[in-house]
Design a protein around this ligand. Structure first.
Ligand SMILES: [Ca+2]
Ligand SMILES: [Ca+2]
Length: 470
């Protein structure tokens, strides 16, 4: 026995000492930049000629540009719930604010349930330093803030920058526009100067990266812009060819450039993944472009759900790639978990591990070709996409305007991204195949008044209070 145990002991000791440190070294950092209402064609690399975005374009040139990247919703709160949990918004009951509006408002009793596992909690399970900087929008009550969902720190306005206030009777008072700035769980400013927001978020982001340069870290940077009302700092105001809307975007591009510079300076650019995206389509009347897609924000047309998606990771992702495969924000959590060797959430999620697709984007099939990508508007299941085919079963719109279509409409997005040419009668087999995906979605995730068998409860607090400075 001794002759066997003796050589094993020092070896085991060596393994114990060396393995965790080596494994820790290899864990990549992850920066997730999420813009608010940035349209599909608002970046140079997606065809914009109105505002200049050289830094974000560089991400695309050096990484993978996704041209069928979906945010799961045409509006903020639902979309962000998918990014954080890997689930359809309705599965985690974040598809409305519970009292008649499509996003959460200040003082809402509802928030993402603390029992849901976020991507930040996945990161924490592997020892990552985590921070959320910007617009959270998954609940502003103390139980729902980012610091209760896996983020070590938080800095930002926890909802939109144009919010009204929910009154005690549940109605919305649009005359009050509180935009409190929080650090962790405390309001530090009741009405921050919004022209300085992008700059301040960027300074915080760079501070976090520097502080955690030894890694690994996960930075979630959900910018407040280009959501209306638009503000840019002095250095950017009046610079773009697209009014203050374009100025906002040029400042976001600057911000991205500062982050890339910091990564290079700290020699972290070969061990950091950056994903750049938007939470929903752009608002055309505000200056956005979603071309060539139909419509924009707050619709279940592709202009509402399809957003820029750029994955940059030199040394891990081949440069200059473009993929039209269906990818969604729900895939970020499971792909990240697999990349760092973390366990998936115990509860069912809807996203997929897409490491294989990212390794060979031109040849991989998207899992959504079989499962279908479901387009919800609030709680209404209105359309599904598989491969190039999009089947619409209900009219676009919230609440009672979401009426079932007498006959489903079928569009081939490869040749008809504007959803104009209904091909349903020519392809009855495709209609039937996609209808089965709709039925499965209805059953499991729900539709309208029909609860899904796999739907889970939202977080609810009693006696919610508006955030104020103490
Ligand atoms: Ca938004
Ligand atoms: Ca949680």
């Amino acid at each position: 026995m001794r002759s066997i145990r003796f050589p094993l002991l020092p070896l085991m000791l060596l393994l114990l000492l060396a393995t965790p440190a080596r494994a820790q070294e290899r864990l990549p950092n992850f920066i997730l930049i999420n813009c608010d209402d940035l349209g599909y064609a608002d970046l140079g690399c997606y065809g914009s000629t109105k505002q200049r975005t050289p830094n974000i374009d560089r991400l695309a040139a050096e990484g993978l540009k996704l041209t069928s990247f979906y945010s799961t919703s045409g509006v903020c709160t639902p979309s962000r719930s998918s990014l954080m949990t890997g689930c359809y918004p309705r599965r985690v009951s974040m598809h409305t604010n519970g009292v008649g509006y499509w996003v959460l408002f200040p003082g809402n009793a509802r928030g993402l349930h603390p029992d849901e596992t976020t991507i930040a909690e996945i990161a924490k399970s592997k020892g990552y330093a985590t921070m959320c900087i910007g617009k959270w929008h998954l609940g502003d009550q103390p139980a729902f803030l980012p610091t209760k969902q896996g983020f070590d720190h938080y800095f930002g306005i926890p909802f939109s920058n144009d919010m009204g206030q929910l009154r005690a009777d549940g109605q919305l008072d649009r005359n009050r526009l509180p935009t409190p700035l929080l650090r962790d769980e405390q309001v530090i400013e009741q009405e921050p100067d919004q022209t300085q927001l992008t700059k301040r978020y960027t300074d915080e982001a760079i501070g976090f990266i520097r502080k955690n340069a030894a890694g690994p870290f996960f930075l979630y940077l959900p910018h407040s812009f280009p959501h209306w009302p638009h503000y840019a700092s002095e250095a950017f105001k009046g610079n773009s060819a697209n009014g203050v809307y374009g100025d906002c975007i040029e400042e976001l591009d600057w911000s991205t450039g500062e982050i890339l510079k910091t990564l290079a300076e700290l020699k972290l650019d070969r061990n950091t993944y950056v994903l750049f995206t938007s939470d929903n389509g752009g608002v055309i009347r505000h200056g956005a472009s979603n071309a060539p897609l139909k419509a924009g924000k707050a619709t279940s047309f592709d202009g509402g759900h399809r957003v820029p998606g750029i994955l940059w990771a030199p040394g891990h992702i081949e440069p200059g790639q473009v993929s039209d495969r269906i990818v969604t924000t729900m895939d970020i959590l499971p792909t990240f978990a697999a990349t760092i060797g973390a366990d998936l959430p115990a509860r069912t999620i809807d996203g997929h591990d897409l490491r294989a697709l990212f390794a060979d984007p031109a040849h991989m099939k998207s899992p959504y070709d079989d499962a279908g990508y479901l387009y919800y508007f609030e709680g209404h299941l209105q359309a599904v996409r598989s491969g190039p085919w999009k089947l619409r079963v209900a009219k676009d719109g919230p609440k009672q305007t979401s009426a079932a279509l007498e006959r489903p409409e079928l569009y081939n997005l490869d040749v008809d991204p504007a959803e104009e040419d209904n091909l349903a009668s020519a392809h009855p087999d495709v209609v039937q195949r996609l209808l089965a995906m709709i039925e499965k979605g209805r059953l499991e995730i729900g539709d309208g008044d029909r609860d899904g068998t796999g739907q889970r409860a939202p977080g609810i607090v009693t006696d919610p209070q508006p955030l104020t400075r103490k």
